[in-house]
Design a protein around this ligand. Structure first.
Ligand SMILES: Nc1ncnc2c1ncn2[C@@H]1O[C@H](COP(=O)(O)OP(=O)(O)OP(=O)(O)O)[C@@H](O)[C@H]1O
Ligand SMILES: [Mg+2]
Length: 270
């Protein structure tokens, strides 16, 4: 009886995944009302569209049709976050390589195009940090140094200008002991402090995969909501179900199906 119930449940999830709107694989083309707590960051970097497109980053340009799925997702996520007064959004996936960093950067850039929004993107993947590298920030310091007390947050932040987006990015180098660092009281204090920024502030965190370590489990209690990125050809239904169990105590705003072969947009409410 239990087996039948599980099979029915599995068939239901598989059918939902099949019918969910899709974010299609993206091909490379040729290439102040700031919150009172934050001072202006010291470094400013302007990124060119051609460079960004070569890294599949497109959502800084609202005229590029490829930014549409991110804009739709942004609208839905911001609506959900505003309704609940949430400020921090974490992006994770069941396993590596599903497109978390791709999603975090594009979604943050899309959010940053909304007038009055102040958006920060933090690389909290202390094992395989990729935000700085993807944006070519040439920064070796960031989140890890702030958590370990070597750098203050303003000096760890880069002001990224791309198209009509103005995004504050805190990259990171990798940590020699990420599990202990993310479980530390310094991390708790830092994450809890993020939610106290101004009304229009949104903080997007690029996290490691959920099922391959403990880091996300340590971070989740200090985050308002989560977006789960699953990838066609990579993510299994059983992995999404496992994530669902880990995320029971956390508000999940969306599951996004990435790298789907069919056109149209993105994920669905879970
Ligand atoms: N929709 C997409 N279409 C085509 N390629 C994509 C898409 N999304 C991501 N990719 C590519 O897949 C690779 C993995 O993406 P990304 O680094 O964003 O994944 P990740 O989940 O952050 O990986 P990790 O777990 O290692 O941090 C990158 O080369 C990225 O450019
Ligand atoms: Mg990544």
């Amino acid at each position: 009886m239990e087996d039948i119930r599980q099979a029915v449940e599995r068939a239901k999830i598989e059918s939902e995944l099949r019918s969910a709107p899709r974010l299609e694989p993206m091909r490379n083309r040729a290439a102040d009302d700031r919150p009172a707590e934050r001072k202006r960051s010291l470094r400013e970097v302007k990124l060119e569209s051609a460079f960004l497109q070569s890294r599949r980053i497109v959502a800084h340009d609202g005229q590029d049709p490829r930014s549409l799925p991110f804009d739709i997702l942004r609208t839905e996520v911001l609506r959900a976050m505003d309704l609940k007064g949430w400020k921090t959004l974490a992006i994770t996936s069941p396993t590596p390589g599903c497109g978390k960093t791709f999603m975090a950067i594009n979604l943050a850039l899309s959010m940053a195009r909304v007038p009055e929004r102040q958006v920060s993107l933090l690389d909290f993947d202390l094992r395989r940090p990729q935000v700085g590298r993807t944006l070519n920030l040439r920064a070796t310091e960031g989140v890890t140094d702030v958590l370990e007390g070597r750098l203050d947050a303003d000096n760890a932040t880069v002001n990224v200008r791309a198209g009509s987006s103005n995004l504050e990015v805190m990259p990171t180098g990798s940590s020699s002991n990420p599990s202990d660092l993310v479980a530390s009281s310094a991390t708790t204090k830092f994450l809890d402090g993020l939610a106290r920024h101004g009304q229009t502030q949104i903080v997007v965190l690029d996290l490691p995969p959920l099922l391959t370590g403990h880091d996300v489990i340590s971070i989740l209690p200090h985050i308002d909501c989560v977006l789960l990125v699953a990838a066609v050809g990579t993510s299994k239904v059983s992995e999404i179900e496992q994530c669902k169990k880990y995320l029971q105590a956390t508000d999940m705003v969306r599951v996004v199906v990435n790298k789907a072969p069919l056109a149209t947009t993105h994920g669905y409410y879970y």
